[in-house]
Design a binder for this molecule. Structure first.
Ligand SMILES: NC(=O)c1ccc[n+]([C@@H]2O[C@H](COP(=O)([O-])OP(=O)(O)OC[C@H]3O[C@@H](n4cnc5c(N)ncnc54)[C@H](OP(=O)(O)O)[C@@H]3O)[C@@H](O)[C@H]2O)c1
Length: 317
């Protein structure tokens, strides 16, 4: 199969076209013919070696954890899918090697879900990693509810594009940080208040908009942004980070519950997200589509930290 892959950790020049064997499904796996692969910041972080102590790995490494495509082969225990089904999946496996910047990927069938019927492959490939992260952070960890107020950092990015919509769906009031040119986009996703973090401190903005503080913050930035976030959360509220686990002592000082999510594959949650999409409660993020051979350019754009929505690679010609 054709793939974009690396033989060593390093700069973007490591990402090269390669011809590799098709991965074959184990008994509980499906093989997916990838039509489109979503690009996420973790892809360039893996290429640069940032996760090499977190997961076992083997070269060549095909990056990419998001896929939308059709089922092309089935393991003998798989009953829920048939050849040709249109599916999407977050394809993180125990070992980093065979990702989705390739014509074929295999994944545990329990992590795969039928694609939303109203979505094209490119739209579906933009959903799994960001949708599951947002679900696990806002619903499973923050337990966000109707009537609560939530600050989502980086609302125009991949995570923000799904998190704003899931927060809005449960009836929360949504505050989000974004550059001014992205305010129309985050409002279109459902944000009630857009804060231009490049000209105003988000702490001052929340103090003005919600003096009693918010119930929850989703930290997609880390560092100083995480520390400052405590100042806008009311006592008894929750700080969920997807960057650095919040320190328990600092959280206790602010009477805030700390949470951290590293997203797990989950086919049942992905089916729920597909249901919300089909019901019209969640729309596709703004997309930039590039051919697979431009994966290096896609990762460079992602590395710049100012993608609006998602970048998706077209794998099937
Ligand atoms: N733990 C996990 O499971 C998990 C899962 C997914 C992602 N992540 C991590 O979460 C982070 C966000 O992921 P993503 O996919 O959303 O990335 P992304 O799409 O690259 O995010 C881009 C967005 O970040 C915004 N941004 C940059 N600096 C900002 C700041 N100081 N304050 C507010 N917004 C800022 C930009 O806003 P403007 O252009 O509007 O300025 C842009 O819209 C990445 O580091 C990623 O690796 C972790």
């Amino acid at each position: 199969m054709d793939a974009m892959a690396i033989q060593a950790f390093g700069g973007v020049e490591q990402l090269k076209p390669m011809h590799l064997p098709n991965p074959q499904p184990h008994d509980d796996e499906v093989q997916i013919e990838v039509h489109c692969a979503g690009v996420n910041p973790v892809d360039w972080k893996i290429r640069e070696g940032y996760l090499k102590d977190a997961f076992p790995y083997e070269f060549p490494i095909v990056p990419g954890w998001d896929a939308a495509g059709t089922v092309s082969a089935l393991g003998q225990n798989v009953k829920d899918f048939k050849i040709g089904d249109r599916v999407f999946a977050y394809c993180r496996k125990p070992k980093i090697q065979w990702g989705t910047y390739a014509q074929y990927v295999t994944m545990d069938a329990a992590a795969v879900a039928p694609m939303p019927k109203n979505f094209k492959f490119a739209q579906a490939a933009a959903i799994p990693l960001t949708g599951l992260t947002s679900w696990q952070a806002l619903y499973e960890t923050a337990h966000l509810k109707t009537g609560q107020h939530v600050l989502i950092h980086g609302g125009a990015g991949g995570i923000g594009s799904l998190a704003i919509q899931l927060a809005r769906h449960v009836g929360a009031t949504v505050y989000t940080t974004a550059s001014e040119h992205n305010h129309g986009y985050v409002e279109h996703l459902g944000a009630h208040h857009a804060i231009d973090y490049t000209v105003e401190s988000f702490v001052e903005a929340i103090k003005r908009l919600r003096p009693e503080g918010v119930d929850a913050v989703l930290d997609t930035i880390g560092g100083k942004v995480q520390l400052l976030s405590y100042e806008v959360i009311k006592p008894g509220g929750v700080l969920v980070s997807i960057i650095d686990p919040p320190e328990a002592e600092v959280a206790a000082r602010f009477k805030v519950r700390p949470g951290y999510v590293f997203v797990s594959p989950n086919g049942a949650q992905l089916r729920n997200i597909a249901g919300l999409i089909e019901a019209g409660a969640v729309k596709a993020p703004k997309l930039k589509e590039l051919p697979l051979k431009e994966a290096a350019a896609a990762q460079e754009q992602s590395r710049g930290r100012h993608v609006t929505g998602k970048i998706v690679l077209r794998v099937k010609k």
